[in-house]
Write a protein that binds this ligand. Structure first.
Ligand SMILES: C[S@@+](CC[C@H](N)C(=O)[O-])C[C@H]1O[C@@H](n2cnc3c(N)ncnc32)[C@H](O)[C@@H]1O
Length: 259
């Protein structure tokens, strides 16, 4: 059991993201209550089968009562966004590695380079929480493996794990809509992931995806993302910001990971 995380929680992080990015298009997969999706005042698309929450969704929210896999199979998202790509997305549907990876792949198809994708529950506090079977007393599933897989198979992505309570958030940016690498490697990635357990995740975490604090440095990064949105996204600048301000490794070091 790890020490509980302190500080701004994941809801506070999402509020900051909405404030700083002001997404024109927000997508949320796995809508359990109106809290998060109502943070968006522009186009907001929610996807969850049989949503059963109480509370009102804002008028701008378009809610789709189906699985995320069905939604993306049957629909062209751009129909609901006046042709605009996604600026911010939260993936919090089925908490299994392969479902979440598929959600990421579907969202990336509708992204631009400065899109920010958040994946919830990537830092399980116990091995039990990280099991593939739902647990009654807190369950993250095995989505923790997404960060490792993206570092390995998509070193071009900006991937950072934030240790916001209760169970962390993965942030991904520098997206590349036409990239098909994950589609091509999907079976291989799932097979690799099946060999990683919770203990290995911990040992790899300190090497290749050490969680960082949610801090003012990160808010500066978000401000830069916002300006990149309107500036034809200078990716070199984005990489510089990530390297110097966030002090996280950009890309994946195969030698380190292979150890
Ligand atoms: C575990 S909840 C998210 C809870 C959230 N992590 C929290 O802490 O409040 C998962 C949500 O995903 C939705 N969901 C279940 N299966 C789904 C699927 N196949 N596609 C999209 N959403 C799904 C459920 O309806 C539920 O709202």
């Amino acid at each position: 059991m790890e020490e509980p995380m302190q500080g701004v929680d994941y809801i506070g992080l999402l509020e900051a993201l909405h404030r700083e990015i002001a997404p024109k298009v927000y997508v949320e997969i796995g809508v359990e209550s109106p809290t998060r999706i109502n943070m968006s005042s522009n186009v907001a698309i929610g996807i969850a089968p049989h949503p059963s929450f109480t509370g009102m969704l804002n008028e701008n929210v378009q809610m789709f009562d189906e699985t995320s896999a069905d939604f993306f199979l049957k629909n062209d998202l751009l129909r609901y966004t006046c042709g605009r790509p996604i600026d911010l997305a939260l993936l919090d549907g089925v908490h299994l590695f392969e479902n979440t990876l598929q959600d990421f792949m579907n969202v990336e198809k509708y992204s631009h380079p400065a899109t920010v994708v958040c994946i919830h529950d990537v830092l399980p506090q116990t091995a039990r929480m990280a099991m593939r079977e739902p647990q009654p007393d807190g369950w993250t599933g095995d989505v923790f493996g997404i960060a490792i897989a993206l570092r390995q198979h998509r070193p071009d992505l900006f991937v950072v794990v934030l240790n916001v309570p209760p169970t962390g958030m993965l942030l991904i940016s520098n997206l590349d809509a036409p990239n098909t690498k994950l589609h091509t490697d999907f079976q291989e990635i799932c097979a690799e992931h099946a060999c990683i357990d919770y203990e290995e995740m911990h040992s790899r975490q300190s090497e290749i995806l050490k969680p960082i604090d949610f801090s003012s440095i990160f808010i500066d990064y978000l401000k830069s993302v916002k300006s990149l949105n309107s500036e034809l996204r200078n990716l070199d600048r984005l990489k510089r910001i990530i390297k110097s301000d966030l002090r996280v490794q950009f890309g994946y070091d195969r030698q380190t990971a292979a150890r």
